[in-house]
Design a binder for this molecule. Structure first.
Ligand code: GAF
Length: 375
């Protein structure tokens, strides 16, 4: 008898700690209520068939062929299908499972996570696929191993040189909490956010400017960070502190230095945010969010006018703090806003976009939510 079962994994918002993950640094993301669901029906043969609401055409691949497909021949399958098929490929490798030891499956994806908005729709597909196949195939990998599988799929099957933050957030998310993650050791700590108790809402301001991390700017930023670490003679920028910045300024060109300064100061801001949340509560983290945005705009240069406009308008209308979230070059910004100011802030952002001649932003609130699992 073939039984269909459903699993799902969430998108995420990163509260603070941007472009620090691939520098072995610190991040503080939380999973959101928007999820990607996958319905899995086992098959008797060795075929994986993936279908989704992203694309009308289903894709079929023999499990035995996955190793030939990835990474070199990935262009032969539709881009969205590289995520779940890449996960299947990475799962078998991570668990040292032979392709003929597992049976095929039909996987049907539906998603509530906006694509290209910087809310990790890709990690949500990866998390849903990884959780469903791990259980169905009886591989026994834990959540951290599944997050690594998702990153391998993204790096090698899709070709986006990202870090591991999004996959960890999607796997490990908790209601009303963020995940403080050390991206070197992959140690995590659940950090209570207490937004609701403090009368705060987290507003997402999706600019509608689409971005992709498989091309251009993201990889260039990563390369600049690696160059900076090499010049300073450290394994990763995580190994530098703000006290090292004067020496860095002497040793490297201005652009590389500013990339380094962003990462080094951002790591410190993540640590400070965790401390302030604990000592003074969420209403006190506004300045750290604002400083993070300024650093991404001026030093890392990954903001766009729409993101700056959203952040400035939200702050002027009384948000406690605001910053762009995710990899940048488009996507969304977030604002931490008192519940009774929410409408005022939303109206101000919408008006500022109209005044600048930008397309209307999509505004919605998110709540810190649970990570991947069976529906
Ligand atoms: C994207 C990447 F996928 C993450 O790994 C991270 O680098 C983020 O951009 C920037 O903080 O979401």
């Amino acid at each position: 008898m073939t039984t269909t079962q459903t699993w799902s994994a969430p998108g995420r918002v990163n509260l603070i700690g941007e472009h620090t993950d691939y520098n072995d640094g610190f991040v503080l993301p939380f999973a959101i209520q928007h999820r990607t669901h996958v319905e899995l029906t086992p098959r008797e043969d060795g075929i994986l068939r993936v279908a989704s609401t992203f694309d009308e055409d289903a894709v079929e691949v023999a499990i035995a062929d996955l190793d030939d497909l990835f990474p070199e021949r990935r262009d032969e399958v539709a881009e969205w299908a590289r995520y779940p098929l890449g996960v299947a490929w990475a799962l078998l490798r991570a668990s040292e499972t032979r392709p003929d030891a597992v049976a095929g499956a039909d996987l049907r994806f539906t998603s509530e996570v906006p694509v290209g908005a910087g809310l990790s729709s890709s990690a949500a597909i990866e998390g849903a696929a990884a959780t469903a196949l791990n259980e169905t195939w009886g591989l026994g990998l834990d959540d951290v191993a599944l997050a690594r599988v998702g990153r391998t799929a993204e790096n090698d099957a899709v070709g986006a040189p990202t870090g591991i933050m999004d996959q960890m957030a999607s796997m490990l998310g908790r209601a009303d909490a963020a995940i403080f993650l050390d991206c070197r050791s992959l140690d995590t700590k659940v950090v209570d956010l207490g937004f609701a108790a403090a009368g705060l809402e987290l507003l997402v301001m999706d600019t509608g400017v689409k971005h992709s991390h498989a091309t251009g700017g993201y990889g260039e930023r990563r390369a600049a960070c690696e160059r900076g670490a090499a010049i300073m003679g450290v394994p990763a920028l995580r190994d530098l502190s703000v006290d090292d910045l004067p020496r860095a300024a002497e040793l490297m060109d201005d652009v590389t230095f500013r990339r380094v300064r962003h990462v080094v100061t951002e790591n410190q801001r993540v640590i400070d945010t965790v401390r302030v949340l604990h000592d003074d509560g969420p209403t006190a983290i506004g300045d750290l969010l604002v400083a993070s945005h300024a650093s991404m705009r001026d030093d890392f240069e990954i903001s766009v006018p729409e993101l700056d406009t959203a952040v400035e308008a939200a702050l002027e209308a009384g948000a406690v703090g605001a910053r762009m979230t995710g990899g940048g070059f488009g996507g969304a910004a977030i604002a931490l806003v008192a519940h009774d100011r929410l409408q005022q802030v939303a109206d101000a952002v919408t008006a500022a976009f109209a005044a600048s001649g930008f397309g209307a932003p999509t505004l919605f609130t998110v709540v810190p939510s649970a990570g991947a699992g069976r529906d």
